[in-house]
Design a protein around this ligand. Structure first.
Ligand code: AMP
Length: 235
């Protein structure tokens, strides 16, 4: 498949609990590209009882990574969907260097490449606290924290009124495992992109609005180019 410019593939890296999901919604709107969360897609497969969902289940419950081959195929399929014709904001993918290399190979086939990599940095102890107090809306996936960012509607979502729930893998013992898996498998991905000079580090241990402003500044060049090129394409 060959693509017409612009095609922005933006990666949002960061440990579980670093705030990727919260910030991704805003960034995806800013850039006009879909938010593609590998964790959300896997949870959907589980909810629908698909073959992929059944294969992924045990890995997810333990806090381990789902095998690369399964996740890569899932993301490649997602990038081929029409709404990703201008690119995508990837959240939670790639999580291993092998996934990063597979993504780059696929993008090269599509005549594209990774435009920008954002790494949300948060101290390890903070991650565990954040995840263990996290509540997510079943309907719209908005995420809250019982202490740091409670829903204005108590046990209902402040955005859509949906029911809030705690993820199975946000139990304290699984959280610690997920953070360790991040440090061993995903930190090398951060290094991979740092060496290529496309990585922007963002301090994620600040209030949500400040992190948002820092991310917004980091992607500003892309947002400007994106809007200008889309206008030219439409003209
Ligand atoms: P997340 O919602 O991003 O925290 O992902 C939840 C779980 O889904 C992870 O703990 C993994 O088991 C699995 N998962 C999500 N993305 C990936 C990925 N890129 N590679 C392997 N496993 C993944």
């Amino acid at each position: 498949m060959s693509l017409r410019a612009p095609h922005n593939v933006v990666l949002l890296l960061g440990a579980p609990g670093s705030g990727k999901g919260t910030q991704a919604r805003f960034l995806s709107e800013l850039l006009g590209i879909p938010h593609v969360s590998s964790g959300d897609i896997l949870r959907e497969h589980r909810a629908h009882g698909t073959k992929l969902g059944r294969l992924a289940q045990a890995y997810m419950d333990r806090g381990d990574l789902v095998p690369d081959s399964l996740v890569v195929e899932m993301i490649v399929d997602r990038l081929a969907k029409p709404d990703a014709c201008h690119g995508a904001l990837l959240d939670g993918f790639p999580r291993t260097v092998a996934q990063a290399e597979a993504l780059e190979a696929q993008l090269a086939l599509m005549g594209s490449q990774v435009s920008c990599v954002l790494d949300l940095e948060v101290p390890e102890a903070v991650l565990v606290e954040r995840l263990a107090g996290r509540w997510i809306c079943r309907a719209c996936q908005t995420s809250y924290h019982e202490t740091f960012n409670p829903s204005p509607r108590g046990s209902l979502c402040g955005e859509c009124g949906g029911e809030l729930y705690q993820r199975e893998d946000d139990r304290r013992e699984v959280v610690a495992k997920r953070v360790q898996v991040f440090l061993t498998s995903t930190q090398p991905v951060v290094q991979h992109y740092r060496q290529r000079g496309v990585l922007t580090r963002i301090n994620g241990h600040h209030p949500i609005a400040e992190v948002r402003a820092a991310l917004s500044a980091a992607v500003q060049p892309l947002a400007v180019v994106e809007l200008r090129e889309r206008a030219l394409t439409a003209a």
